[in-house]
Design a binder for this molecule. Structure first.
Ligand SMILES: Nc1nc2ncc(COP(=O)(O)O)nc2c(=O)[nH]1
Length: 289
């Protein structure tokens, strides 16, 4: 059983999207062998966890059927687990999570925070795998198998106080998970940066990281290459493209580590590993260990 205990340092979760259309690396790892090779490379680069996803959640992405999603992730997961890599499965579906856990995944990463599939709590509780509950208040109803994800950014009216509302809704998701039999010690929270949230709301959530950590659960931060970083670094009115957002991502990783984050979910593992080492040395005054 994987525990999410209090790691000595902020963990690095490497992103492995086995999808055709993820926003920054769609299609590069759809082939099983390419995906396995990349997952091993992420582990080699220092990823504590490799997060394997088979369905893109970017705005406008078309849902894939559960069978396709499971077929995409299970061979990759079993190969990585066989090499001793700790794997999380990035899925909103209980059937896919069950297949992934059987294949060797040890963490369930659910961007719907348990709201898309009523059976997810039972599957996770039975497996005793840690469950990452991400916050996502979609415009549509995430529980319907709608053909398109709607990341319609909530306007200012969508959130009066994004930190208080995201915190409250995450705690509600925790209550639902515990009611389904999940051990609260195995729950990780994630504010869901970029999921139906404006740039300002994303920055407000990052600014409030100590508040999120203060909720009493490990916190995962997923800012890697996201649009709000591109907007911050825009030039001549043009957002910085995803490939140019790595330094900003590493800076967020360093600040997340300094703010007590349990982990960061990133594409460039080596850069964030270094950034987290810097944050640790800074915090300890250079004391090792
Ligand atoms: N827990 C968690 N999971 C996620 N899965 C996918 C994406 C979308 O980004 P990607 O397309 O780069 O994977 N972001 C998150 C996130 O922020 N947190």
């Amino acid at each position: 059983m994987t525990t999410v205990g209090d790691p000595q340092r902020t963990l690095v979760m490497g992103v492995l999207n086995v999808t055709a259309d993820s926003f920054s690396d769609g299609g590069r790892y759809l082939n099983v062998d390419d995906a396995i090779r990349h997952g091993l490379a992420l582990a080699e680069a220092g990823a504590d966890i490799v997060d394997v996803g088979g369905e893109s959640t970017r705005p406008g992405a078309v849902r894939v059927d559960p069978g396709t999603e499971a077929q995409r992730v299970t061979p990759v997961i079993s190969a990585l687990a066989a090499h001793g890599v700790q794997v999380s499965v990035d899925t909103m579906r209980a059937s896919v999570a069950a297949a992934a856990l059987d294949a060797g995944a040890s963490i369930v990463n659910d961007v719907s925070g348990g709201r898309a599939d009523a059976d997810m709590g039972r599957v996770v509780a039975q497996s005793r795998a840690p469950w990452i509950l991400m916050h996502w208040r979609p415009a549509g109803d995430a529980s319907t198998e709608d053909r398109h994800f709607t990341h319609r950014v909530q306007d200012a009216g969508g959130y009066r106080d994004v930190v208080a509302e995201v915190s409250g809704e995450l705690l509600g998701q925790v209550d639902a998970a515990v009611a389904a039999g999940v051990d609260p010690d195995l729950i990780v929270l994630d504010p869901g940066l970029g999921f139906a949230k404006s740039s300002e709301q994303n920055w407000a959530l990052l600014h409030a990281l100590p508040t999120l950590v203060g909720l009493g659960f490990p916190v995962l931060i997923g800012a890697s290459r996201k649009r709000f970083l591109g907007a911050l670094l825009a030039a001549d009115g043009v957002d910085r493209p995803p490939a140019g957002r790595e330094v900003a991502t590493a800076a967020v990783s360093a600040l997340s580590a300094a703010g007590g984050a349990w982990g960061v979910r990133v594409h460039d593992v080596a850069a964030s590993r270094d950034a987290i080492e810097v944050a640790a040395a800074w915090r300890s005054g250079g004391q090792r260990g």
